[in-house]
Design a binder for this molecule. Structure first.
Ligand SMILES: *Cc1c(COP(=O)(O)O)cnc(C)c1O
Length: 456
């Protein structure tokens, strides 16, 4: 029988997370306050526990994974590495295509790789409540599951329009014991302000972040958890790439190119960073992040200090950004509708160590449907972006006759996104052009600070 699936034993779950900072040519730039001074870690203790902040700042190459976290990981890890041989046949490509499937987690995406350690470290540090925001619901469900594992109350501000349109993601969070509130709520100043201005406010991710941070900052027993962007989140995801390397080595393979969809950059970092360690040691491998043409932070944004949220509650981070006021169009890959890119991924892109491409919405669903027909798995709309770029590369190689080995991260399944597939299948889905005027407008709001500070 032709082998399509490479599995690992439970004891092959990685024992350490890989910290890319140890192999970066330049140290990461510090987060800044609006006055241009670096933010002291103590200032972040209002919403994050000390043990996670330590990871956020760490330059150690290997960080041990606690046994209690590996035990919960073992519910779904190691995840399978699969060869998409039926897709190769459909495309008629000389390339080999492999994917690492993260949709087997309880909540259906890679996000549990970080929600579990985040809940664990908060519990260890004595916190009993966590707040967060969720848009499409993937992060909210991942944190709800993790909170349940360690006995933490999870409180989720869910963008109101999603709360109403995606009732089953909400039920999932409630099944795992979380409290879910349609944001804006009347429970926070940020929410009350928004409702006073517009009682019918449908909410936004930026507003939900403001509500979740406000609640966490106002209570000593409560912290805040973020599902992407931050260094410690990217760190936790590196088990994806470590496992993939072991699995490829078992069948004598090594990728020429690695692809993943890029929202805040966590699943891309997860699969790509462990290969970057080899690249730093002189090995040849190309690492490609894939973003939507409608929200192209790396391919069309600027590299500058900007806020992580709309209200400007977060420290300033140096990143590729479209401006924190940028309102991305209502595309169906909710997880990719973020104005910025994580500072680590941004710096590596700026230094030309990794690459980025942008793909349009309709073509991503076409790729997802082609993949589902060939391989059976229905990918999340976010994941379809990575698949689109892989298919494009495989077709390019068909022209040139190059037989490359391609690997991508299938970050999640699309079982809760069938309304979006429905729109695609009935021809109602549109492409959004790069809204240059909107970006130019949002870039006007960039804070005027840099590191090292500009000479006065
Ligand atoms: C959240 C999400 C993404 C995008 O977030 P990253 O931090 O860039 O990984 C991609 N795919 C899925 C399935 C997601 O849930």
């Amino acid at each position: 029988m032709h082998q399509t699936r490479v599995t690992l034993e439970q004891n092959e779950i990685p024992t350490h997370w890989y910290n890319v900072v140890a192999d970066m040519p330049n140290p990461p730039l510090p987060p800044l306050a609006p006055d241009g001074n670096p933010v002291a870690p103590e200032q972040m203790l209002a919403i994050f526990p000390g043990n996670l902040l330590e990871q956020e700042m760490s330059a150690e190459r290997w960080i041990p994974i606690p046994e209690e976290v590996r035990e919960v990981y073992s519910i779904w890890r190691p995840t399978p590495l699969m060869r998409a041989s039926r897709l190769e046949k459909v495309l008629g490509t000389p390339c080999k295509i492999f994917f690492k499937y993260e949709g087997v987690s309880p909540s259906g995406s890679h996000k549990t790789n970080t929600s579990v350690p985040q809940a664990y470290y908060n519990k260890q540090a004595g916190f009993s409540r966590l707040t967060t925001e969720t848009g499409a619901g993937q992060w909210g469900s991942a944190l709800s599951f993790a909170g349940q594992m360690y006995g933490i109350d999870v409180r989720i501000y869910m963008v109101k329009i999603s709360y109403e349109q995606k009732p089953y993601r909400r039920s999932m969070m409630q099944t795992w014991g979380a409290n879910v509130f349609p944001s804006p709520t009347d429970m926070t100043n940020a929410g009350r302000d928004a409702l006073a201005k517009d009682p019918n406010n449908q909410g936004s991710l930026g507003l939900a972040i403001s509500e979740a941070v406000e609640e966490a900052a106002s209570r000593p027993d409560t912290n805040y958890a973020l599902g992407s962007v931050l260094n410690h989140v990217l760190l936790h995801q590196t088990i994806i790439g470590q496992e993939a390397k072991t699995q490829m080595a078992k069948i004598g393979e090594y990728p020429d190119m690695v692809f993943a969809p890029c929202g805040g950059g966590s699943n891309f970092a997860g699969i790509a960073f462990p290969f970057l360690a080899d690249k730093a040691a002189g090995k040849k491998v190309r690492l490609v992040g894939v973003e939507p043409t409608s929200c192209p932070s790396m391919t069309k944004g600027v590299y500058a200090y900007d806020y992580g949220d709309v209200s400007g509650y977060t420290p300033l981070m140096k990143m590729y950004t479209l401006g924190h006021n940028f309102m991305p169009p209502g595309i169906h890959a909710g997880g990719l509708r973020y104005h910025g890119e994580s500072p680590l991924v941004s710096q590596l892109y700026h230094e030309k160590i990794i690459e980025a491409v942008a793909v349009p919405q309709v073509a991503t669903f076409a790729a997802g449907v082609m993949f589902a027909k060939a391989e059976g798995i229905i990918p999340a709309p976010e994941s379809c972006h990575g698949i689109r770029a892989v298919i494009d590369e495989a077709l390019r190689c068909k022209e040139t006759g190059e037989a490359k080995t391609l690997l991508f991260c299938l970050s999640g399944h699309g079982h809760f996104d069938m309304a979006s597939y429905d729109r695609y299948l009935s021809g109602k889905l549109e492409d959004f052009d790069y809204p240059k005027a909107m970006v130019d407008e949002a870039l006007k709001g960039l804070p005027n600070v840099d590191w090292p500070p500009k000479a006065a």
